[in-house]
Write a protein of this length. Structure first.
Length: 112
């Protein structure tokens, strides 16, 4: 029979491949954070548009702007994640368009 030799495999035979893999993994994390920020920004924009539509609908249907954010939530079904967004809603008068702004909380701050 033939001569067979068994070669031991070295665990770290290609250190460059290991380094490249580590660098690739580390490079993914900022990209994931960017994607998360992009999603929060889109959700914030969609929420802002929904609030604007409800404010205008309320005025068109009732002849007054919504007196509070709670009024919008109860009567116009504004639903959003209170853990992610804070809506600063400030009515001025029943016949003047209210001020509102949407702020992403804490870890969800999109860096604006």
């Amino acid at each position: 029979m033939g001569n067979f030799t068994i070669k031991k495999r070295k665990a770290f035979r290609h250190p460059i491949a290991i380094i490249v893999s580590i660098v690739a993994i580390v490079a993914i994390f900022p990209a994931l954070r960017f994607e998360d920020n992009s999603t929060i920004t889109s959700e914030k924009k969609a929420l802002s548009q929904a609030v604007e539509r409800c404010i205008v609908s309320c005025y068109a249907e009732n002849g007054f702007y919504p007196p509070s954010l709670e009024y919008l939530e109860e009567n116009y079904n504004i639903i959003y994640d209170h853990d992610i967004f804070f809506i600063d809603y400030r009515p001025i008068a029943t016949n003047i368009y209210p001020y509102f702004s949407i702020i992403a909380k804490g870890d969800y701050d999109e860096g604006e």
